[in-house]
Design a protein around this ligand. Structure first.
Ligand SMILES: NC(=O)C1=CN([C@@H]2O[C@H](COP(=O)(O)OP(=O)(O)OC[C@H]3O[C@@H](n4cnc5c(N)ncnc54)[C@H](OP(=O)(O)O)[C@@H]3O)[C@@H](O)[C@H]2O)[C@H](O)CC1
Ligand SMILES: [K+]
Length: 579
């Protein structure tokens, strides 16, 4: 489990730590992790020359860490510059850097931000690693000048370098030469000290211009921006430098890893049968989108549902049964239902059928997954429930656009004429939390990083899915996985003679989201575990998964890889035996 804590909590824990240990000692430990990471990245470039590192140094201890790091690197024959961008940089850090032979560059800070930024841009040209020591946990709000212009120009330079390398990446017409890894990776890599400068946001929102990192070496504990989107898209790989801080307050967010999924999974034993493994009822498809049910039903079956009941357009039933002959078309007992994939509001018969199943599930306090068309038909479906309340075992699975639509429909943004998709994408945690407050349900807000939020619970965020998973039907597959997970959770509770709690269901739903993302990784030809691992990792070039790694996939590829993803999880961590 990856945990992220509020920055103030971490700063307090650091403050308590340095009450008993000299701050410089702690900073040098932090700096050592930064230096080791830089050295590893340079070593992975197999250069024929000495590597070169440029530190961008702000005025606080974040800059101090950067100065101590280049002092260590300079002593190992790496060429180091430190660009001092504050009138009062960390004095002992500066001294250590000078003593180690680091070249201190002091732009005239009285000149315009652009002039300062140009001096920085000239210094970083051709270097191998840029250490971002401008601002860390002491940052307040959007970057002030000259940092904002410095970061803007450095980003432009990195993008240009990347493009140039991209242009050479294709075979050059004259020689047909394809650059090797070392040439392709000659764009300077950015190593952020503690957090990328300017990233801001305790809720994952982005404060403004910031310097995205290839690797973030974070001290003591993960900050929220390391896991919560969209900020988490700018941290690159995260390396946690353990300072020995202890934190007892609840996390701000958490993320399941492979080792956390097995114990949330229902593993059958010799006494199990379809009703102890969970029977899922799927209502999907319509005259407009008749075959959506094929993906949901097969995904639920491959996830391990004891049985899948299907209700959908007659012309689709044949397609469903040809893919999953064991699916059952007849109505009957179920332990969780999925309503909505492919459901069209113009298909009254199907809406009525979904409403009837929703009422059955609600009356029996069974989990239900509401996706796509069921979210759009919210008013027609939920208004038929006692008190118009969907209940705590409902799981809503919107993407940003559907969330915006539902929030607007529920009046969450009434004073401003509704909520837009862009607003949800800019602050996904805020709006997913708001949607749980409006509905009392668990909300799975789908995206490159998917949030699983239950009222009053610590949110989960899962980053497993590669960009290739953004393909038609991927949401239908996730819905199928989740209804099978919910049915298994309900079945286990029935066997235990206990009520399924919303918190337990939310954790299992997060495990289902992990399975979906990992199956997509496997289908795309990627390693099951996303390499942005979080702990003392050795950052090697082959670990850095470049944008576009993998290959195109279709939704049925994800379904086919679901058992392998589950097998990976069951092998990675403790199991909870169902039988
Ligand atoms: N404290 C510890 O136990 C450890 C800290 N570590 C490292 O230290 C930083 C936190 O250091 P701190 O000095 O508290 O703050 P920062 O260096 O992060 O930032 C303060 C400087 O940044 C300037 N600042 C603040 N906001 C902005 C902004 N929006 N734009 C531009 N500049 C900004 C601020 O300037 P002032 O003029 O306001 O003073 C300061 O110069 C932590 O992140 C770790 O890296 C050790 O690593 C571990 C122990
Ligand atoms: K930083």
């Amino acid at each position: 489990m990856i945990s992220a804590f509020d920055t103030a909590t971490i700063r307090q824990a650091e403050y308590d730590l340095v009450a008993h240990a000299p701050l410089d000692h702690v900073m040098k430990k932090a700096a050592g992790a930064v230096a080791e990471t830089c050295a590893q990245l340079i070593a992975a470039r197999d250069l024929a020359r000495a590597g070169r590192v440029v530190a961008l140094v702000g005025g606080g201890d974040n800059g101090g860490d950067a100065l101590y790091a280049v002092a260590m690197l300079a002593r190992s024959a790496i060429e180091c510059d430190a660009v001092i961008l504050h009138a009062e940089p960390h004095p002992r850090g500066c001294q250590a850097a000078e003593d180690a032979g680091v070249h201190l560059v002091r732009p005239d800070l009285s000149r315009s931000p652009r002039a300062v930024a140009q001096a920085v841009a000239r210094t970083v040209i051709g270097c191998d690693v840029i250490i971002d020591g401008l601002v860390g946990t002491g940052g307040r709000g959007a970057l002030r000048e000259p940092f904002a212009t410095v970061v803007t120009l450095v980003r432009a330079g990195l993008a240009d370098a990347g493009d140039r390398l991209g242009r050479t990446r294709r075979q050059s017409p004259q020689t047909g030469h394809r650059p090797g890894t070392s040439e392709r990776s000659r764009r300077p890599l950015v190593v952020a000290v503690d957090t990328p400068s300017g990233l801001g946001g305790e809720d994952g929102s982005v404060a403004g211009v910031h310097l995205p990192a290839d690797v973030t070496v974070t001290m003591g504990a993960l900050k929220p921006q390391a896991v919560l989107p969209p900020a988490s898209y700018s941290v690159g790989q995260v390396r946690l430098c353990d300072l020995g801080v202890t934190i007892s307050t609840p996390e701000r967010a958490r993320s399941l890893g492979a080792g956390d999924v097995g114990c949330a999974w229902s593993v059958p034993g010799p006494s199990d049968h379809k009703y102890t493994r969970g029977v899922a009822q799927v209502v999907a498809g319509s005259t407009e989108y008749p075959f959506t049910g094929v993906m949901c039903v097969e995904a639920a079956a491959r996830t391990g549902a004891g049985m899948v009941r299907y209700s959908g357009p007659a012309e689709a039933s044949l397609a469903v049964l040809s893919r999953v002959p064991e699916a059952v078309g007849a109505p009957g007992r179920f332990q969780a239902c999925l309503l909505g994939p492919g459901l069209s509001e113009r298909d009254d018969a199907r809406i009525e059928q979904a409403g009837e199943l929703m009422r059955t599930a609600h009356a029996a306090n069974l989990p239900m997954v509401l996706d796509a068309g069921a979210l759009r038909a919210w008013r027609r479906l939920v208004s038929q429930l006692p008190g118009g309340e969907i209940g705590p075992l409902a799981v809503l699975t919107p993407h940003a656009g559907e969330a915006a639509m539902l929030l607007t429909h529920l009046g969450a943004g009434s004073q401003r004429g509704g909520i837009s998709r862009a607003e949800v994408e800019a602050e996904p945690l805020r709006w997913a939390t708001r949607l749980t407050e409006c509905t009392g349900a668990i909300v799975v807000l789908k995206g490159a990083a998917t949030l699983i939020v239950a009222p009053g619970e610590i949110p989960y965020v899962q980053h497993q899915a590669p960009a290739w998973a953004g393909t038609a039907g991927s949401g239908d597959v996730l819905a199928g996985i989740l209804v099978a997970v919910a049915a298994a959770a309900q079945a286990q509770s029935e066997q235990a003679g206990a009520e399924l709690t919303q918190a337990d269901l939310a954790r299992r739903i997060a495990a289902g989201v992990w399975v979906h993302g990992t199956a997509a990784r496997l289908a795309a030809g990627l390693r099951p575990d996303r390499p942005a691992a979080v702990d003392a990792l050795s950052v090697q070039a082959e670990d850095v998964e470049p944008i576009g790694a993998g290959a195109p996939i279709i939704a049925t590829d994800i379904i086919a890889a679901v058992p392998q993803a589950i097998r990976h999880a069951l092998a990675a961590g403790p199991l909870r035996y169902a039988g």
